[in-house]
Design a protein around this ligand. Structure first.
Ligand SMILES: [Zn+2]
Length: 409
């Protein structure tokens, strides 16, 4: 097994170097190149693996395998062979971004610990945000702001970030935020006097490179609070994006930024008012449609038989039919509506008769089966859905016959 010399610890700002190809292996079926030395950092400690260019191959990821061999994972088949001298170019934007996020995470975790005594359970450096899971089930907003302000004060103070390799024994005397679990040598990373912890990651050299650290949001997970943050150029981009968003919303509402909330409140009021008016209009037109049915209805024992296909009704009108029916004193109603989604909606109302429940039992036993009808209710109203629109007219015929039979007895 070959051990690659890492250049990234000594010179974390080195973006290029030359190296010699030592071995070409497969990693999950993909070509992976092992070099004698490298500026590419392998994924670890929550920091993603480096990307970039290796000779004429594109490196999409850098990983350390089970044996600790450092693999440059390339896109497609590499044309390089063992012994080739190659030039390495880091995707610096990617690397530096994660150096900023990762170092900010040290500083935030350190400050949470120092000011509030809250430990860090886990961290994740995401593509959009960095998350820190706290060893606490709650944290209030003023404490979060206290930490955010202190972190940014340290950022502005331009505090050096340094690393030092010591023995595990010696590390115990250094006041680490979290004790070291491994034996042998450990790499201790310090942000001035503000945080000291063992870490194998890559960091910026000075706290001022974090530019601005922003708290984004928090959520509860596994009984802990998980907080989301952003740092560096990402923070700058976020402020810019948010400002553009605020401007765009203000422009849509034709108000200055400070009047956006009032503008939205006004829109909401208008919307509620419009909805109310639409509902009233629908209710009026549905009332007219029901009246038309009542006017032409045949009567049995003084009860109007209102059995119809509501093809002329809109779906909204049909939805309030049950409500309208309740204000009619007596009727035997059955209405059916084929909806746009191809399903049937049905309503049965039996008012002004004593045996409504038993009449509906008869409806359920025969006509409803015809349309694959399901649903229910209680006197005087039942409703539901059906699956077979082709049986509409036969269903309505059966309903008329059934009502006649029951009402003439
Ligand atoms: Zn670190």
């Amino acid at each position: 097994m070959f051990t690659t010399t890492p250049l990234y610890y000594e010179k974390p700002y080195e973006r290029t170097s030359t190296a010699t190809v030592v071995e070409i292996v497969k990693w999950k079926g993909i070509d992976a190149i092992i070099l004698d030395r490298t500026v590419f950092y392998p994924e670890g400690g929550g920091q993603p693996g480096d990307r970039g260019i290796l000779g004429n191959s594109k490196v999409v990821d850098t990983q350390s395998d089970d044996r600790g061999q450092l693999l440059h994972i390339v896109s497609g088949q590499t044309a390089h062979t063992v012994g080739d001298t190659v030039t390495l170019h880091l995707d610096w934007h990617h690397r530096y971004d994660y150096m900023q996020q990762h170092t900010a995470q040290h500083l935030i975790s350190g400050t949470l610990h120092r000011l509030l005594g809250i430990g860090t359970v886990s961290v994740h450096l995401g593509h959009d945000a960095m998350s820190i899971e706290l060893d606490a089930d709650t944290i209030n907003e003023s404490d979060i702001h206290l930490v955010e302000d202190e972190v940014n004060a340290i950022v502005r103070r331009s505090v050096p970030v340094t690393a030092q390799v010591v023995s595990q024994e010696d590390s115990t005397a250094l006041g680490l935020r979290r004790p070291v679990k491994v034996d042998g040598e450990v790499r201790i990373v310090r942000i001035g006097k503000y945080d000291t912890i063992a870490c194998g990651g890559i960091h910026v050299a000075d706290s001022s490179e974090l530019i601005s650290v922003q708290f984004l949001r928090s959520e509860r997970i596994r009984g802990h609070v998980r907080t989301f943050w952003t740092a560096g150029e990402r923070s700058v981009a976020l402020v810019r994006r948010n400002r553009e968003l605020v401007d765009a919303v203000g422009s849509r509402l034709s108000v200055p930024p400070e009047a956006i909330l009032q503008g939205i409140a006004t829109l909401q009021e208008q919307l509620a008012d419009t909805r109310y008016q639409i509902r009233n209009a629908v209710s009026r037109s549905a009332t007219l449609l029901l009246d038309q049915q009542l006017q032409v209805a045949e009567h049995a024992n003084g009860i109007p038989l209102v059995v119809f296909d509501a093809a002329q009704w809109t779906e909204d009108e049909f939805k309030i039919l049950p409500e309208l029916v309740l204000s009619v004193e007596s009727l035997a109603l059955c209405a059916i509506k084929e909806r746009e989604d191809g399903k049937l909606a049905w309503v049965v109302a039996l008012k002004g008769m004593e045996d409504g429940q038993s009449v509906f039992q008869a409806v359920r036993q025969k006509p409803l089966l015809l349309i694959g009808g399901k649903g229910g209710g209680k006197p005087p109203l039942w409703q539901g859905m059906g699956t077979d629109p082709l049986q509409k007219s036969q269903f309505l015929e059966q309903m008329v016959a059934l009502y006649r039979e029951h009402l003439h007895v």
